[in-house]
Each structure stands twice: as structure tokens, then as C-alpha cells.
Design a protein around this ligand. Structure first.
Ligand SMILES: Cc1cc2nc3c(=O)[nH]c(=O)nc-3n(C[C@H](O)[C@H](O)[C@H](O)COP(=O)(O)OP(=O)(O)OC[C@H]3O[C@@H](n4cnc5c(N)ncnc54)[C@H](O)[C@@H]3O)c2cc1C
Length: 269
């Protein structure tokens, strides 16, 4: 058992132990640490006034080096306040990140930012605890399976969180692996899982390295460097739809695909 020095026998070992997976390191002892792309993310929870319909995610890009993602995680209270999750990301050349993360470290990045609907600077100043994450991933592996050991989730395919779907992919892994284990002998199930999920997630990983989910921000910054009042004056409806469809193509999660997908449930009895 991890950390206790005890050991025991099992039919199957599923390595679901995250980006610094010990199980992965056993399978690939020469891989080394996760790979950073020079972007650091600061993240926190703050109380703030609900905006729009109270359940909207805002992705705000001032330029192609700084970005913020903001979304509420509670319903508004009678005073209209809710708990809001925010992430601010910025290029940190040389990977130099201050050891002590004070709100001032993050608000400094937002100099010149002005958003009509949320007071992000105030939210960050009021935040009690700010956590720091380097943007890291790992190269795709030639196999997730060796003998009766298999990797899933971030242990198998850590990717940049720009597409907000690492956790969803981990859940899909669990569903698919459970499905195959229910219908096939264990060894065949592991290979069926590997054959399906490894190419899918490798494609996602590559798309996230190209920062495809941020294409809209980059395009708008190029076309309207001084800002804009109405997005319709910058991009046509067709262009906006095409960019939105790119995101869905990357994750393979268009509404039509989801609605026609077969279930990974196994009927019992
Ligand atoms: C800033 C940021 C924002 C993100 N935003 C999103 C988002 O909006 N949407 C989304 O879908 N994903 C997001 N992700 C990605 C998401 O967090 C991960 O993809 C997801 O948590 C992976 O789940 P996992 O279970 O594979 O690994 P983890 O969540 O890392 O879980 C691994 C578990 O294994 C345990 N563990 C590790 N080593 C050992 C050991 N030796 N012994 C015992 N236990 C061990 C750990 O304690 C942990 O509980 C984000 C990630 C970051 C960094």
C-alpha cells in the first residue's frame, strides 16, 4: 500500500494517481518530470456579485499572454453575492514564480484590465488563499498497459487545462475501463480500453499544446487590439460558430455526437 510499506496481491492495478503518478513512473522509469510551457496559473475562490444569468463562465483575454477564466460555483444569496472561482494565467519566462503568492502578485498582471461585468481585481484582493499551478503536461505514451497494470486519468494523459476537460476525460476513462472489464476477460479489457482511449486523448493533448481552445481570444486580439463594444463588429456569426465548433471538434463533444453516442453502461441481469 502506498506510503505504508505494506504490500498485497491483486488481480489488477489501476494507476489513477495523477500527473506525478508513481504507477506511471514504475512503467516508465526514465520519463522524468512533467513538461511545462512557461505559463503559470493562479487560482482562488472569492465572493462577488452574480453576473449575467448567475451561471455563466467568462473567459477574458486581454492579450495573448494573460487570460482569466471566471465562473460562479454557488447560487446568488439574497444580497446577490455568490462564490466565484477564478483563474488568472500568464507567461512566466524562465518559469520564475514568486514563492509567496499575494493578491498583489496577481492583480499586477491585470494592469489596464477593465471588465464591465465583474470586478476581478477586487475579487482577487479579497481572496483568502491563492494557489499556483504551472501549466504542465506529459508526452503521449506508447502504451498505458503492462501486464495487469493500467493507467487512467492524469496518470495516463495529463494535458493543459485550457479546454477545461482533464477531469471529464478521467471520468470517461473510468467509464470505458469499467465497461470493458464487465464484458471481457481482464487482459483483453485493458487492451481494448488502451486501444480506444489512448489515441483519443493523445489528439486532445496535442490540440491543447497548440492552445486551440484559446483561438477566439487570439483572433479577436489581432483584429481589435484596441478593444470592442460588440463582438459582431469584429467577427461574423459564421466565424464565431466556426471557432465554437473547433472546440467541440477537439473534444469530440458536439451535441449531435453526444446524443448519438452509445452508453458505456452495462445492463445487469
Ligand atoms: C488550474 C487547473 C484547472 C483545471 N480546470 C479543469 C476544468 O475546469 N475542468 C476539467 O475537467 N479539468 C480541469 N483540470 C484538470 C483536472 O484537475 C484533472 O484532469 C483531474 O483532476 C485528473 O483527475 P485524476 O483523478 O486523474 O487525477 P487527480 O485529480 O490528480 O487525482 C489523483 C489522486 O491520486 C492521489 N495520489 C497521488 N499519488 C498517490 C500515491 N502515491 N498514493 C496514494 N494516492 C496518491 C492524489 O492525492 C489524488 O487524490 C484543471 C487542472 C488545473 C491544474
Amino acid at each position: 500500500m502506498c506510503g505504508t510499506g505494506e504490500s498485497f496481491e491483486a488481480d489488477l492495478l489501476i494507476g489513477a494517481d495523477g500527473v506525478d503518478s508513481v504507477v506511471r513512473a514504475h512503467l516508465y522509469p526514465h520519463e522524468g518530470p512533467a513538461i511545462g510551457n512557461g505559463i503559470t496559473m493562479w487560482r482562488g475562490l472569492s465572493r462577488g456579485l452574480a453576473y449575467r444569468d448567475g451561471r455563466t463562465m467568462l473567459v477574458i483575454g486581454c492579450n495573448s499572454t494573460e487570460k482569466a477564466v471566471v465562473y460562479p460555483i454557488t447560487a446568488p444569496d439574497p444580497a446577490g453575492l455568490c462564490t466565484i472561482n477564478w483563474v488568472v494565467e500568464s507567461h512566466t519566462p524562465g518559469g520564475e514564480v514568486p514563492e509567496v503568492i499575494s493578491p498583489a502578485v496577481v492583480t499586477k498582471l491585470l494592469a489596464g484590465w477593465n471588465h464591465a461585468e465583474i470586478d476581478l481585481r477586487r475579487m482577487i484582493e479579497d481572496c483568502e488563499e491563492i494557489t499556483t499551478f504551472p501549466m504542465i503536461d506529459r508526452n503521449p505514451l506508447p502504451s498505458w498497459t503492462r501486464g495487469r497494470t493500467v493507467l487512467i486519468g492524469d496518470a495516463a494523459h495529463p494535458m493543459y487545462p485550457t479546454g477545461s476537460n482533464g477531469a471529464s476525460q478521467a471520468v470517461i476513462d473510468a467509464r470505458v475501463l469499467a465497461y470493458y472489464l464487465a464484458i471481457l476477460p481482464v487482459d483483453e479489457a485493458l487492451w481494448a480500453f488502451d486501444a480506444l482511449r489512448r489515441p483519443e486523448t493523445s489528439g486532445l493533448l496535442a490540440a491543447h499544446r497548440r492552445l486551440e481552445p484559446d483561438q477566439l481570444l487570439y483572433r479577436v486580439e489581432t483584429l481589435a487590439p484596441e478593444g470592442f463594444e460588440d463582438i459582431a463588429s469584429v467577427l461574423s456569426r459564421a466565424e464565431l460558430d466556426d471557432i465554437a465548433a473547433t472546440g467541440r471538434r477537439v473534444t469530440g463533444l458536439s451535441v449531435q455526437e453526444i446524443n448519438t453516442m452509445r452508453s458505456w453502461s452495462v445492463s445487469v441481469g
